[in-house]
Design a protein around this ligand. Structure first.
Ligand SMILES: [Zn+2]
Ligand SMILES: [Zn+2]
Length: 404
C-alpha cells in the first residue's frame, strides 16, 4: 500500500500497489519481490520475452515459484482474442497430476511488457480474482499503475475497470533499449499533462469539480522533469530514460491516488483516443497511444493559444496564461524530437476534435468552446498551424517497423 496525506477534501490518498521498483537491473530483484507467491503465471510476447521475459523466467524457475509461461505472438494487442488466450492458458493442466500443485490456478499473473500486455493481464487478473504485477519493458505510456484497461473488442475500444498492479518493476537498462517509437510514445503521453491539469483547473472553476492541488503539483513536477530530460532521449541518455520512466510511473500513481484519470487526461487524450478509435472502427490496428496523445496535445495547445488571444473571459485568460510557458517548452521539445504525426488528413483531423468532446464525460476546453458555439470554427482553424509547426514526418515512413 502506498499512502499520502493531503490537503484536499479527500485528506488521504492510497493505492494498493506494494512495490514500485525503478532501477538499473531491477529484473534481478523479481524473485525476491515476488517471494510470497508460489505459482506465478508469466505472460509475455515474442519481443518482450526476448528482452526481459527469458531472464525473469530463469529467476522465477530457480526460486521454484514459476507455474508456467505464455508467449503471445508479437505485437500482442489488448484484444478479445489475446485476453481469451491468457484466460485459457492461466490454469495449468499439468497441475491435475502434479502432487506439489494444489490448485489448477496460478496465484499471481506477471505481465512482461508495456501497455498492451499490462492491460491484457490486468483484465485477466480482475476476472480470475488473483493479483498481478508487471515487469515493464518500455517507458511508452503512464498506465503501469492505472486501474482501467482500454481493450479492443472487434471494432470497438472500451475502457474497463480492472485491478491495480501489486508490483511494478522497471529495469532501466531494459527501458533504455526499447524501440525508439515507444520512447517517443512515452514522451507524447507525458507532455499532455499540462493540458490535462489546465482542463482540470477550468472544470474546478466553472463546474466546482473536485480538484486536488497536491496531486496536480506532483503531475506537473513529473512532467517538467520529463520534458527537461526528454531532449536527450535520442541518444538514449541514462538520466533521460530514468526521468521519463519515473515521470510516467508517478503520473500513473497520481491517477490511482485520485481515483480517476482526471490529473493525467484531458482534451489531448480525448482527441488522441478518438483518432485511435477511428482506426479501430475501420478495422485497423490503432497507433501507439502516446503518439496519438502527442498529436492531441499539440492540437490542444493551438486551441488554447487561439482562445487566449480572442477571449474576453478574464479568468479563463488568466488560467491559460499560466500554462503558456509550458506550451512553449513543449513546442521546442517537438523541434528536437520530432514526434511523428499520424493524422494529417484535414477531414479526419477535424472529426477527431469534434467527436473528442464527448469521448468521455469530462468537462474540458472542448465543451467550453462548444457551449460558445465555436468548436467547429476552432477545429478548422487550428489544422493549418498545427501541421506547419508540429508535423515534421508521418509515422510509417520514419519508422517502417514501428508496430513491432
Ligand atoms: Zn488530495
Ligand atoms: Zn495516456
Amino acid at each position: 500500500m502506498i499512502e499520502m496525506d493531503c490537503t484536499c477534501v479527500q485528506k488521504h490518498h492510497s493505492i494498493p500497489t506494494e512495490v514500485i521498483e525503478v532501477s538499473d537491473h531491477a529484473i534481478e530483484k523479481v524473485g525476491d519481490i515476488l517471494n510470497g507467491y508460489r505459482r506465478i503465471f508469466m505472460v509475455a510476447d515474442e519481443n518482450t520475452y526476448g528482452v526481459a521475459g527469458r531472464r525473469v523466467e530463469e529467476i522465477l524457475t530457480e526460486k521454484g515459484i514459476l507455474s508456467h509461461t505464455l508467449v503471445l505472438p508479437a505485437p500482442a494487442l489488448p484484444n478479445a482474442e489475446n485476453i481469451g488466450k491468457v484466460l485459457l492458458e492461466a490454469g495449468r493442466d499439468r497441475a491435475v497430476y502434479d502432487i506439489n500443485a494444489w490448485s489448477l490456478n496460478p496465484d499471481y499473473i506477471l505481465a512482461v511488457g508495456s501497455g498492451s500486455l499490462n492491460d491484457t493481464c490486468r483484465m485477466v487478473s480482475y476476472r480470475l480474482g488473483i493479483p498481478y504485477g508487471v515487469v515493464g519493458t518500455a517507458p511508452s505510456m503512464d498506465g503501469y499503475a492505472s486501474v482501467v484497461a482500454p481493450l479492443l473488442n472487434g471494432r470497438r475500444k472500451i475502457v474497463y475497470n480492472c485491478t491495480i498492479a501489486r508490483h511494478i518493476i522497471i529495469d532501466l537498462s531494459v527501458n533504455a533499449a526499447a524501440p525508439y517509437p515507444l520512447l517517443l510514445s512515452g514522451v507524447g503521453d507525458m507532455i499532455g499533462k499540462y493540458v490535462a491539469i489546465l482542463d482540470w483547473e477550468i472544470s474546478r472553476d466553472r463546474n466546482g469539480e473536485y480538484y486536488c492541488g497536491q496531486i496536480a503539483d506532483m503531475v506537473l513536477r513529473a512532467t517538467d522533469q520529463c520534458v527537461a530530460a526528454a531532449v536527450n532521449l535520442k541518444d538514449r541518455d541514462a538520466s533521460a530514460i530514468r526521468a521519463a520512466s519515473e515521470g510516467l510511473i508517478l503520473s500513473g500513481e497520481c491517477i490511482a491516488f485520485c481515483g480517476s484519470s482526471r490529473p493525467a487526461s484531458g482534451t489531448e487524450h480525448m482527441i488522441g483516443q478518438t483518432w485511435e478509435v477511428m482506426d479501430v472502427e475501420e478495422g485497423k490496428a490503432p497507433n501507439l497511444h502516446g503518439i496519438e496523445v502527442g498529436e492531441g496535445t499539440f492540437t490542444a495547445i493551438e486551441l488554447f493559444r487561439r482562445l487566449y488571444l480572442e477571449t474576453k473571459d478574464e479568468p479563463m485568460k488568466a488560467l491559460i496564461g499560466k500554462y503558456l510557458p509550458a506550451f512553449d517548452r513543449i513546442e521546442q521539445l517537438q523541434q528536437t524530437l520530432q514526434i511523428p504525426f499520424t493524422v494529417t488528413e484535414k477531414r479526419r483531423y477535424v472529426e477527431g476534435i469534434l467527436r473528442g468532446r464527448t469521448f468521455r464525460d469530462r468537462y474540458t476546453v472542448l465543451q467550453y468552446l462548444y457551449d460558445l458555439g465555436k468548436l467547429e470554427e476552432y477545429a478548422e482553424a487550428v489544422y493549418e498551424p498545427v501541421m506547419q509547426k508540429y508535423c515534421f514526418s508521418t509515422f510509417p515512413e520514419q519508422f517502417p517497423d514501428w508496430k513491432k
